[in-house]
Design a protein. Structure first.
Length: 262
């Protein structure tokens, strides 16, 4: 089988593709990103500590807001702790077979400690402190996944860890102003991850000013993603999902661990 081009990978993903410059067309990392898919089925081989720490180092090369570095990574290697964490997340059955787990933490605690160590006030105790730390952790998550997948591993983020914040805080011994943004299952893929179609670039890439996504664009995407199979389509499924209350205690938990969300 011939090696797919970067443009064809984008075409498969979005239903259209930009005009890829010739100097970028064969970039290995770009092709890896374009072909990526979430991995929920692993071959059972456990990534070594050295591999996970190397990927953590790559993730922490990511940029952070004002170089504050408000993100930490927690590798879960203790088997008892791993079992307890998987039990919390058992609503997603595939997690039971995840060989390794890394938890991406937003850490606003360290900056508050630094202010104290330098006898400086902390006047930025508002929503932005929560947002900056969360974004730092999210960027590190993306860097980790790109590094892992280009090294032959598979990953799948686990946002449902935020459904169990008090239990996760206790299990992982997290202090105030530190919380999980996402978990990540890491291992070696049992199968080639499938490319998941995304909304068209015309709906999600804007030039100079924002334009709303049209209903026609979404319905066309629904049809492309279904590709003749039965089902409600992407938009129908997401509309039903978000019609149910989710994480209504999230803000209360954040306030309990010290964040001012004003």
């Amino acid at each position: 089988m011939s090696d797919p081009t970067l443009k064809s990978l984008f075409q498969d993903r979005f239903g259209s593709a930009p005009d890829v410059p010739s100097e970028m067309a064969e970039a290995r990392v770009l092709k890896g990103i374009a072909a990526r898919g979430s991995c929920r089925w692993f071959d059972g081989k456990v990534p070594s500590r050295d591999i996970l720490e190397t990927l953590c180092a790559a993730a922490l090369c990511a940029p952070s807001k004002s170089d504050l570095q408000q993100r930490d990574l927690l590798i879960v290697s203790d088997q008892t702790m791993m079992t307890e964490l998987k039990m919390l997340l058992k609503a997603q059955e595939w997690i039971a077979d995840a060989p390794a787990m890394v938890v991406f933490l937003a850490n606003n605690r360290r900056q508050r400690q630094i202010q104290t160590w330098h006898d400086q006030p902390f006047p930025n105790d508002h929503l932005d402190a929560f947002f900056n730390a969360s974004l730092d952790a999210g960027i590190a998550l993306a860097f980790f996944m790109a590094a892992a997948e280009n090294a032959g591993l598979g990953c799948c983020p686990i946002s449902t860890i935020r459904n169990h914040l008090p239990d996760v805080k206790e299990l992982l011994h997290l202090p105030d102003h530190v919380f999980p943004v996402a978990g990540l299952a890491v291992g070696y893929p049992r199968y080639e991850p499938r490319i998941s179609a995304r909304l068209p670039l015309e709906a999600t890439v804007h030039h100079n000013s924002f334009a709303d996504t049209s209903k026609e664009q979404v319905l066309t995407y629904d049809a492309r993603r279904l590709a003749g199979s039965e089902g409600p389509g992407w938009s129908g499924a997401k509309a039903r999902m978000y019609a149910e209350p989710q994480r209504q205690d999230f803000a209360a938990f954040m306030q309990k661990i010290g964040f001012n969300l004003d």
